[in-house]
Design a protein around this ligand. Sequence first.
Ligand SMILES: C[S@@+](CC[C@H](N)C(=O)[O-])C[C@H]1O[C@@H](n2cnc3c(N)ncnc32)[C@H](O)[C@@H]1O
Length: 214
Amino acid sequence: MSGRLDQYRLFWREFRQTFETTGAVAPSGRALCRELARHVTGNGQPRRVLEVGPGTGVVTDQIIARLGPEDTLDLVELNDRFVELLRQRLAEEPSWQAVAERVQIHHKPVQDLSAETPYDAIVSGLPLNNFPADLVAEILAKLHELAADGATLSFFEYVAVRKAKALVSRGDQRRRLLGIETHISNARKQWGCGRRCILANLPPAWVHHLRFGG
Ligand SMILES: C[S@@+](CC[C@H](N)C(=O)[O-])C[C@H]1O[C@@H](n2cnc3c(N)ncnc32)[C@H](O)[C@@H]1O
């Protein structure tokens, strides 16, 4: 299975079966994928790129198109069905086959990923708003740990969703959403290097870009 329609079907099925980790009804739209891959740009040096939560690989398509000849790409994905599809795409799709030797798939949650050599660019598709606030803090700290000095982290969130939900929630749910808000805004205050609103996505999304280090 590797046609676009099959990929949408798989995503929808995973949304219904694993809502908390899949977090969206369909893969990200093209404009959002392009913005997420914005900092995967060559500077002549070989670069190590990490994508967290590639799902069916729509952002991966954009990353692959930007890889320099000596760049490497690591994909970390916890969902069995998505991992199977990603492996299939690497084996069968010409643009993926062309870089397959430089791509590694890690079938695990990003929290368990260890990297001896840090990454120069990290792109995350994780649905942070679905997670407990402590897990969001843990994941942001992990991504920082995995990043080289000066590395970028690009991630997205749907516009206004967290704030709107927090307004109408009570108790633990409200505390969870406010906790996530705090962790994301602290990270943006410390390392934010830009953000862009992608209106041409359903729903519209903010892409946040961070640059770690000095
Ligand atoms: C909102 S989907 C994004 C998929 C794709 N990047 C896109 O934009 O269409 C979130 C993805 O993150 C994966 N995921 C969720 N939690 C994860 C974790 N802790 N570590 C690695 N992948 C995770 C899910 O399985 C899913 O593929």
